[in-house]
Structure formats: C-alpha cells, structure tokens
Ligand binder design. Structure first.
Ligand code: 13P
Length: 251
C-alpha cells in the first residue's frame, strides 16, 4: 500500500531579506488566493526579525511560517540565540534544523541537530531536519551512506509520535544551479524512505521527504514528480513571489 502524503513547499529566505520582502509575501498571497487552491502546504522561513509579520500576514492566505534554526534549550543565558518556544510565540509552526550552512558555519553536529529537533517538538513545532552529502562524498560513492548516518543520529525517537520532516539537500547543489539527476534523486529518496520505514514502522511511510538544492521553476515539475519526493525546500527561487508560485504550482 502506498501512503498519500500531502506535499509541502517551504521557502528558506536565509539571511537575504529585510522588511521589504513582506511585499513579495503579499504578492505571493495574492497569487495563491486568486486561482485554484494550491495542492501543497506553503511555508516561508524568513529571518527571525520579520517572522512575526510573515506569520500574521501569511495566515490570511494559508501561508505558514517557520524559523531557520532554534536552540537546544528552552531558555537561559544564551545571548543571540532563539528558542523553539520563542519561534512558536512569534507564530511559527515549523523550524529548519541542521541546514548544511549551519552545520558548516557553526559546526553543528548530528547530536546537536537531534537535540534541536527535540526542542522544536517540545515547543509544538514541526522540525524540518536537513541532511545531505558534499560533492566529494557523492563522487566517492558514499552519498547514501553519509545521508543514512546523518538521518540515524539527527532524527529524534520522538518522530514516532510527532510530525517531523526530512529535507535532503545535497550540499553541492545548494545555490549552484546544479542538481543531481532525476535517477540520483529517486535513489536517494527511496533510500531515505527505506530507512524511515525500518526505524519508525507505521509512522515511516507518512514522513515527508523534501528535496532542496537549486530547485527552480524550470526543474520543479520533473523533480517534484519523483516518487518519495514529498515537496521541496527552496532557497534562491523562493525570494521572488512569481518564481516561488511557479514551483508551488508545479506540484
Ligand atoms: P537554493 O534553492 O538557493 O539552492 O538553496 C537551497 C537551500 O539551501 C534551501 O534550504
């Protein structure tokens, strides 16, 4: 039996926008509400400075909001950090954890990513847990093993009772305009699905697996049609309402 999973398209605005991006959000909201209802759940993960506005402005058109990272602890003396509870308080329903840029810039380990996902669940958020291999790891044929190891230690056991989302983002495809072949994407997503099924029994087939890395209007239709690709995590192409809407409509 195949489980039907409603697709999800998330835009990761990274450290790229200021308040002016709220105009793009308004444009996206207009597109989403003027035509046929989108087939995908739509999430925007803006910088924390405008999270509250995105959450409240997006709510009227069904756009949900997410954070880009959270701390492992619920509160305390951690200057500059943001807890999952604070994101929820600002209106977020999701939070990205373990993005490769955070793993690289801040040395985040799988264990920390797992603790962040647990903190997110504890605050009532759905963590979007990111994994992905480097170009050297793909070239040496290790991609699936690397991703399997990341998954095994980055996803908390709590995924058995709570909603978590996995995002496969090959590091070498992020912001480069290059993507794996459709066959490579299909193989990786199948391998992730097998692992989720083996570990989470009944819950495994229901966990969304997003693809991320140079997902664009031009390739979205083909990539999003791959079995076990249950949506996308979009960087650059989520910054322009028109492009992001085209990707959402490709579902
Ligand atoms: P790009 O879509 O810009 O390649 O970024 C992907 C990404 O990192 C989303 O989290």
């Amino acid at each position: 039996m195949t489980t039907t999973i409603s697709p999800l398209i998330a835009g990761n605005w990274k450290m790229n926008v200021m308040r002016g991006a709220l105009e793009e959000l308004a444009a996206l909201a207009g597109m989403l509400t003027s035509g046929e209802a989108p087939r995908a759940i739509v999430v925007i993960c803006p910088p924390a400075t405008i999270l509250s506005e995105v959450a409240h402005q997006g709510a009227t058109s069904g756009i949900q909001a997410g954070g880009q990272d959270c701390h492992t602890q619920a509160q305390g003396a951690h200057t500059g950090d943001i807890s999952a509870g604070m994101l929820a308080d600002a209106g977020a329903q999701y939070v990205i954890v373990g993005h490769s840029e955070r793993r690289a810039d801040h040395g985040e380990t799988d264990a920390q990513v797992c603790a962040k996902a647990e903190a997110a669940i504890g605050a009532g958020l759905k963590p979007i847990i990111c994994v992905g291999e480097t170009e050297a790891q793909r070239d040496s044929g290790e991609a699936e093993a690397i991703v399997a190891a990341q998954l095994a230690t980055s996803i908390p056991d709590a995924a058995n009772q709570h909603e978590v989302i996995v995002a496969y983002e090959p590091i070498w495809a992020i912001g480069t305009g290059r993507t794996p072949t459709i066959l490579e994407i299909a193989r990786m997503h199948d391998s992730i699905r097998e692992q989720l099924n083996a570990r989470f029994a009944e819950k495994g087939p229901t966990i969304r697996i997003l693809y991320g890395g140079s997902l664009k209007p031009q390739n979205a239709r083909e990539i999003l049609a791959v079995e076990n690709v249950n949506g996308g995590l979009v960087g650059g192409a989520s910054l322009l309402a028109k492009d992001f809407y085209t990707i959402i409509s490709a579902v």
